[in-house]
Structures are given as C-alpha cells and as structure tokens.
Design a protein. Sequence first.
Length: 373
Amino acid sequence: MFPGGAGVNPFRFGRHYDPDCFIDREREYSQLLNAVQSGNNVVVVAPRRFGKTWLLQKFLAESGFQCIYLDLLSVISLRDLCAKMISRSFELLKLNDPVKFIKEYLKNLSRYVSFSIGTDGVNFTLGKDIDEESILSESYRLLEKLADFLAPLIVCIDEFQAYRMVSEKLPGSIRGFFQTTPNVIFVFSGSMQHMIEELFFQSKGLMYHSGIKLDLSSFLPKEEVINYLVRKFEGSGKHISSSIAERLYEITKGHPYYVQVMGYELWNTCSKEATEEDLREALNQLISRERHTYDMALDVLGQKYVRKVLIMIASNKDIFSIEALREFEIPNPSVANKTVKKLIELGFVEKLSRGNYEIIDPIFEEYILRRFS
Ligand SMILES: Nc1ncnc2c1ncn2[C@@H]1O[C@H](COP(=O)(O)OP(=O)(O)OP(=O)(O)O)[C@@H](O)[C@H]1O
Ligand SMILES: [Mg+2]
C-alpha cells in the first residue's frame, strides 16, 4: 500500500498491486484459490489492462501459497527466464548464502551460474557455454526440489502469450514437466485471448487440457466502483457525488484500468467537489494521455479497411448491411467479415451476436468516434 491521506491523489495504476485500490473480483479470486487448492493449473485470460497482473499479485501477497512469479515480457531469452527462476527460488528459500545455494540446489549448473548482489537482492545469471536444454531441465529440477518441502509450489507465469519471444519449445516443455510433478502448480496468464484459447483450450493446442480457465474479461460491477470512487475522494479530502461517480462508471463501463485513470484525472482536475465539467475535462485528459497508444495500435493494424470497420462498430452500425457497406465504401460483406475477424483475433473487438460487435476498450471507442467523425 502506498502513502495516502488528504491532498494525495488516491488512485493507482501501474504494475504494483495496491490492496486498498482493489475492487471486487471476489468470485474470480476464490475460483483461483479453489483451483490451486485442488491441485489444478489455472489459465487466467482477459484483454489488456483488465487486471490479470493485479489478480496474480493479490494471490502472491495474500494466498499464503509459496509462489514464484515470472513475467515473460520482461525476459529476453530462455536462458534469462531460467536465471530469473533461479533468482526467485533463492528469494523464496530465504537463504542468504548464494554460494551454498548453488552447491546444494544447482550442482550440475555450478560451473555456469554467476551472481551479483544488487539493491533488489541477489541476481543469478547463466553463462553461454551451456545449452538451453540442460539449463531448462536443471531449472525444473530446482523447482522439483523446492516443491519437496514447499509443496505445493505455485509458479505464476504472466504474459504467457509472449512465449514465442522466449522459446517456441516452452509450452511443450512446461507441459512435460508438470505432468510428472504434481506438487508444482502453474498459473498462466495472458492477453491475446484468441491465441491463449487456441493454445490451452482447443484440441490442436500445445497446452490443451493443461489448466482450468479463469475468465477475467468482465468489467467491474457498478455499485462497487461507485462506492470505491466515493470512498477514495472522501479519504483524500475531496468529494464526488454518487451521480458523478455513476457517470464516470458509464464512461469507463467499469474497465479496471480506466476506472483508476479516470478517477486519477478527475481528482486532479476538480478542486473540492467533482463536477460534470471536471468529468468532461478528465476524459479529455485521459484521451490525450492514451492518444499515442491508440495511434500506435491503429498503425500496427494498418489494413486498409480496419479504420472503417472500427468506426462502423463504434457507431453501432450493422457492419454487414448493404447501406453501411455502401456508406463506408467497403466492397462486400466478406471484406468486412475478414477485417472484423482480424480485429477479434488481435483482441480489439468482441462479437456480441450476429452482425453485432463491440470495441472492447471503451476509451479507444470514444477516441475512434472523436478522431474519425
Ligand atoms: N480489481 C481491480 N480493482 C481496481 N483496479 C484494478 C483492478 N485490477 C486492475 N486494476 C487497475 O487496472 C490496471 C491494469 O491492471 P493489470 O496490470 O493487472 O492488467 P493486466 O490485465 O495485467 O494488463 P496487461 O495485459 O496489459 O498486462 C492496474 O494498474 C490497476 O490500476
Ligand atoms: Mg499484466
């Protein structure tokens, strides 16, 4: 928890979980606990910024389980991943002698491991003169040893959709490992729902049947968000009425990240009491804060018809209707279909029913409407 009180903006967005800023997710959290307690691996899925990392960090901080947390976006190679696994194991064992640790736990790697002592603890690195296969099997052996007396050992791997940047072999190798090691449980988490679904929940997926799905893609509930906003404003020396809090909820739809960022912007904008005008200003601030990210997303999407289809969806048009296709100069329904499929695959759009789609990110949707109309 961060210092707060009167005069300090109480909203938090960033990588570090703050228990005092955590709203709801009770059902999902207890599903996670239950699955792990019963010895099952879990796969947490949701679009970007829906709170996967915060849920994992809450689990790490509060579940009482012995956990190792690894983030695939912050490693550059399989070697680096294994080195991080070793560093986290050392921390978990609460040892203070790295040399003894290497001798006891990494005998076969001892010639290749080095360590440095930094402000964040002891960091291990692995030399280049040993092949990846051996490093990986020794790292698994280390986890197994840990689990002998810290059972069950939970290994949380965040941003799993990025595994290809680490190693194509990772899913198969982890799968082989946990099938023979029941007291090591994995919690995977990833955005790019489409890809995670394919990997874990379709019969052709490399990790099919490897874990229970925990869907975190719902928005936060209205009442809890309103109560949270009122409590945070009051606790920091400002005031927000329930009706303005409700308007903030409507704008953000209860998207976890935007609830925090809009709260943050609104708190900065208003003097003592948040008004409707402050809310409009906060939304402008938020959009200009995010503009760069949205433009980058549009750039990456690049395809000729993407913008048009996004505008159609944002303005609630049936993207397959003859009139809409004519208005937006899209040659035929199959082009619209191909484009929307791509948008779904990349996690920008969700299908509600036939012909009826939604842009998942509510502020991106607002941005599209403002930018292109
Ligand atoms: N349950 C929650 N209650 C309140 N705020 C939340 C909650 N979960 C997440 N947030 C807010 O949303 C932000 C994004 O959450 P988080 O980083 O966990 O998302 P994520 O799904 O891991 O995103 P990414 O896919 O980009 O890694 C957090 O920094 C926090 O501000
Ligand atoms: Mg995350």
